[in-house]
Structure formats: C-alpha cells, structure tokens
Write a protein of this length. Structure first.
Ligand code: CTP
Ligand code: MG
Length: 232
C-alpha cells in the first residue's frame, strides 16, 4: 500500500505580549536566553519539526517594524515564515495569525513564545490525538491542592486534584474546525484564556496529553533563572 500523504502542519507562535510580570528593558520573548532571544528557542524547535510547512508569528506593531530584532526569524529548513501584527489579548493575536495561514494546513499548532522547551514526544502525541479527535493540548497534573475562594479569600471549596490539569502549549487542532470555532467567537476572543476553551465552547473535543515540567511558561523573573539553569 502507498503511504498516505504526510500531514501538513502550520505553527502559530504568540509573541505579541508585553510581559508585564517580567519587568525589563524588552518584553520577555526578546530577552536573551543562552545568547539568543527566548522566542528563538521555540522557533528553532518547530522549524526542525517534521511536517511543519509554515509559521505565522504574532508580534507587537513596534517590534514588527524592527528588522534588526526579527532578523533571526528565518527558517533553516525552507519553512515559510510570516510575521503578523498581534492584538491586545493573546487570543486576538492568535486569530490574526490564523487568518494569514496559506495554504490551509491539515493541523495547526499554537504555541507561546514564552515556553522555550516543548517536548518532542508530547507534541507528536498531541498531533496524533488532534488528527483523531479534533484537538489536543499538552497539560500537566496539578501538584498542589487547589482551593476555590470568594472575594474575601474565604475557601468555598477544595477541588479534587486528580481531575485537574494545568494547560500548556502547544495546543493542536484540526485547522478547519479551529477556524470555525474562532469565527464563531470573533469579537469575544478577549474573554478566553487559551485556544482549547474556544474550541470546547464551539462544541469541539479536546484531549489532554502529558506535557513536560520543562515546558513551563517563563512568566516571572525566577522563571528566567530556571530556564538558564536548564540550558546549562
Ligand atoms: N501574547 C500575545 N499577544 C498578546 C498577549 C500575549 O501574543 N496580546 C503572547 C505572549 O507574547 C506570550 C504568550 O502569549 O508568548 C503567553 O502570554 P503571557 O505569558 O501572559 O505573556 P505576556 O502577556 O506578554 O506577559 P504578562 O501577562 O506578564 O504581561
Ligand atoms: Mg499575559
């Protein structure tokens, strides 16, 4: 039997944030980690990932005009790289990037620039699950007991940790179904905190696959130190 046609993958990297929780002279995705911008780590990972044919990378307007800063966003493997102006909230940035994908891929992977160390095996599995079910995201079991509290900090409820997962990226979807989900909620995107919730709200099925502890999101200054230590 002939092998079936390989999947075409598109990668969106959300890199248009201002990084308020990690103060410094440049937004965190441009801060150097191991001598290259934080964003370069995930860019290189997906550039080398089998089946990736195009990137759409959301950047803020100011950075988009700075070719000296974005010059490294060139594929070493012939992947088409498109730089796109992002929006005010993450999901708006993702939507603007999604709209530029051409040709339509089979599968789209959406990743945070702030996660420099995605795991190959987890990403591969998420792609397989998205092909099968519609969507799949990397996620981790929750290690701390989670309390639901009211506005005064009074505990309302202690949640059952065994059924909780902390969402990571990439979040992986069948492209056509994801576009229909985003289209349905255009204008309300700011209320959603990740891509999976939009897909779920549109009735899509999203599986979790085991991510990796090292796939943390660089958020606070101490996370940058953790990332530096991992590189050593
Ligand atoms: N992001 C984006 N567009 C936005 C906001 C965020 O593309 N309008 C991206 C960020 O650049 C980051 C990812 O979404 O790679 C995850 O967001 P987060 O870690 O919250 O980054 P920031 O919003 O930049 O940081 P902060 O919330 O601390 O301001
Ligand atoms: Mg943010």
């Amino acid at each position: 039997m002939l092998p079936s046609k390989p999947l075409s993958l598109a990668v969106i990297i959300a890199a248009a944030g201002s990084g308020k929780r990690l103060p410094g002279s440049v937004p965190k995705q441009w801060r150097l980690l191991g001598g290259i911008p934080l964003l370069a780590h995930s860019f290189r990972f997906f550039d080398a990932f089998p089946g990736v044919q195009q990137f759409a990378i959301a950047l803020d307007a100011q950075t988009l005009a700075m070719s000296e800063r974005t010059g490294f966003l060139v594929s070493a493997h012939g992947v088409n790289v498109r730089l796109v102006e992002g929006g005010g909230e993450r999901q708006e940035s993702v939507w603007k990037a999604l709209e530029t994908l051409d040709p339509a891929p089979d599968i789209v992977l959406i990743h945070d620039a702030a996660r420099p160390f995605p795991p190959v095996d987890g990403v591969q599995l998420a792609i397989e699950m998205a092909v099968r079910e519609g969507g799949a995201i990397l996620a981790r079991p929750v290690t701390e007991t989670i309390k639901r509290v009211n506005g005064n900090g009074l505990i309302i409820e202690t949640l059952d940790r065994s059924v909780l997962r902390a969402a990571q990226t990439p979040q992986v979807f069948q492209y056509g179904a994801l576009m229909r989900a985003y289209e349905k909620f255009v204008g309300q995107l700011a209320q959603f905190t990740d891509d999976a919730v939009i897909f779920e709200a549109a009735g899509g099925k999203v599986l979790v696959v085991n991510g990796s502890e090292n796939n943390f999101k660089v958020t606070h200054p101490e996370d940058f130190e953790r990332a530096e230590n991992l590189l050593k």
